[in-house]
Design a protein around this ligand. Structure first.
Ligand code: APR
Ligand code: ZN
Ligand code: ZN
Length: 361
């Protein structure tokens, strides 16, 4: 058995995306079908469309989603029909070395749904990040579903499935920002702004936002930055040092993903401070640093994968804090759009005023 619903397909490299009828199989063992309620538009969806991730066209785009479980496979016990869930990129095994050491985000044996969703003609679809949630319904591994408080707005909940979780997690999980710390965030898009929210939540005393765009800096200030630096006109390393009593920041979060900005982060941290790379570089990018500086400055150079998050711990926690009014995840939702508006949302993403466009069903 299967059912037909509408979904947004990227048919081929750089071709415009379009809404098509897709076929969603009934869930098999370990799988769930989720009725999607909201799904954010992320840069990674655009990268899929541009062929920047792999060539497994056609893609079923969308991966920052929340919805209600409609049906589960025979052996599924962790989630049940009717549960309100946030989707994550991959189910973890719980048994490998990484899982056993409490680092499931580096699991060696992650999986997505085993069955494939298809077009009506039988062409198999590649779901973006194993999710494919610009669709009325999607098939995932049951382990990709995390139950959260159903009272929260779906458009807000879905954000935790990718960029916002990556940013908050970069600060609280990877950077381990502590009470009274000074934190600098380089690059204040959705991920950097989420890192600012995370730093504030963790009790940072100073949060310095660095960007090359004044509009981004204005938003960063609303998100909780205490100081802003435009690195087009001001040397960010000097500015961060000045704002931290000449020392540099305890934690610097790089949320651009470029060698120049990583270099700034490296030198803007205090001796023995921490640098967190959460921006995603491209494979050809190289970093050149005097090894003596790596040695002499001490501290830690870390990277943050999906905010080093543990969905079962972090998703319900952050939703609870949002519901209490202690963080405002709603501030990341710039607009809600329909399934047919994804291509236009990609175009707006580059104009700089959109943190997140969210497809609402
Ligand atoms: N210095 C400072 N800021 C910069 C620079 C620079 N040289 N170049 C770009 N920026 C700023 C942009 O102005 C923008 O505000 O970095 C921000 C990047 O934000 P977005 O493009 O909205 O990207 P975002 O979704 O936040 O993701 C950031 O993390 O997940 C990855 O692939 C993603 O690498 C990207 C990064
Ligand atoms: Zn594992
Ligand atoms: Zn994403």
């Amino acid at each position: 058995m299967s059912q037909q619903v509408l979904g947004v397909i990227a048919p081929g490299k750089n071709e415009p995306v379009r809404v098509e009828t897709i076929v969603v199989p009934d869930p098999g063992p370990g799988e769930a079908v989720v009725k999607v309620q909201a799904c954010g538009v992320c840069h990674t969806d655009l990268h899929y469309k541009q062929g920047g991730i792999n060539d497994d066209f056609p893609f079923l785009l969308g991966h920052e989603a929340a919805g209600v479980v409609e049906a589960v496979g025979p052996d599924v016990t962790d989630v049940a029909p009717g549960d309100f869930v946030i989707l994550n990129w991959r189910a973890v095994c719980g048994r490998c070395r990484s899982c056993q050491r409490g680092r499931p985000w580096y699991c060696f044996d992650t999986h997505n749904a085993r069955q494939k969703m298809t077009l009506v003609d039988g062409t198999e679809l590649s779901p973006a990040l194993g999710i494919g949630a610009f669709a009325e319904k999607t098939l995932v591994a049951a382990g990709q579903c995390t139950k959260v408080d159903p009272e929260v707005a779906p458009a807000v909940a879905g954000l935790l499935g990718c960029g916002v979780m990556a940013g908050i997690g970069a600060a609280i999980n990877t950077g381990e920002v502590g009470r009274g710390d000074s934190v600098a965030v380089i690059g204040c898009g959705g991920v950097g702004d989420a890192a600012i929210v995370g730093a504030r939540l963790a009790g940072a005393a100073r949060i310095i936002a660095v960007d090359i765009d004044d509009r981004k800096l204005a938003t960063a200030q609303k998100m909780g930055a205490t100081h802003i630096v435009n690195s087009r006109s001001t040397d960010p390393v000097e500015a961060i040092r000045e704002l931290t009593g000449g020392h540099g920041a305890d934690v610097v979060i790089e949320a651009v993903g470029r060698p120049e900005t990583y270099q700034q982060a490296f030198y803007a941290r205090d001796l023995a401070g921490t640098v967190v790379l959460v921006g995603v570089p491209t494979p050809e990018m190289k970093l050149e640093l005097p090894l003596i500086d790596v040695f002499g400055r001490g501290g830690s150079l870390k990277s943050s994968w999906y905010g080093d998050c543990l969905p079962s711990r972090d998703f319900p926690l952050l939703i609870d804090l949002h519901q209490q009014g202690r963080i405002d995840l709603g501030a990341f939702v710039t607009e809600t759009i329909g399934l047919g508006d994804v291509e236009a949302a990609f175009a707006r993403m580059h104009e700089g005023d959109v943190l997140r466009s969210v497809v609402q069903f």
